[in-house]
Design a protein around this ligand. Structure first.
Ligand code: THU
Length: 130
């Protein structure tokens, strides 16, 4: 799928960032992705008074991926509620890799890059014993 509307995807990420529950960090994070069947999914961060339990936006998005028909991520954009480009944290890069693989495209400060550049030499399911 090459016809990604990146501006629309970024706008969706900003829109859902404003739905975040982030009273502790004050950073509202939104993420939007295109799935290989063409649908768009989104997620926002959901924090907790027990700080370490907070969920990143990518976590809630992967929940939505599974709940709305599964599939593979093909394009991902992450933004703050103020429209700033944010990169997925290390843990979330692993999460995106699991559900999108090395060819999933990510909006980065260096341009649109595949996950193979965002998480080089990734550990993945292929490294587990059969
Ligand atoms: N956060 C995300 O939602 N995704 C990331 O990839 C980086 C960090 C959230 C977690 C926390 O609620 C807030 O940003 C500040 O770290």
């Amino acid at each position: 799928m090459t016809d990604i509307d990146w501006d629309a995807l970024r706008a969706s990420a900003v829109r859902v960032a404003k739905l975040a529950y982030a009273p502790y960090s004050g950073l509202q994070v939104g993420v939007a992705a295109i799935v290989d069947d063409g649908r768009e999914i989104t997620g926002c961060n959901v924090e907790n008074a027990s700080y370490g339990l907070g969920l990143c936006a990518e976590c809630t998005m992967v929940g939505q991926l599974r709940l709305t028909g599964a599939g593979r991520l093909v394009a991902v954009a992450c933004r703050s509620g103020e429209g700033e480009l944010l990169m997925p944290c290390g843990r979330c890069r692993q999460l995106l890799y699991e559900h999108g693989g090395p060819d999933c495209l990510v909006d980065t400060p260096s341009g649109i890059l595949p996950m193979s550049r965002v998480l080089p030499d990734a550990f993945g399911p292929e490294h587990l014993p059969a």
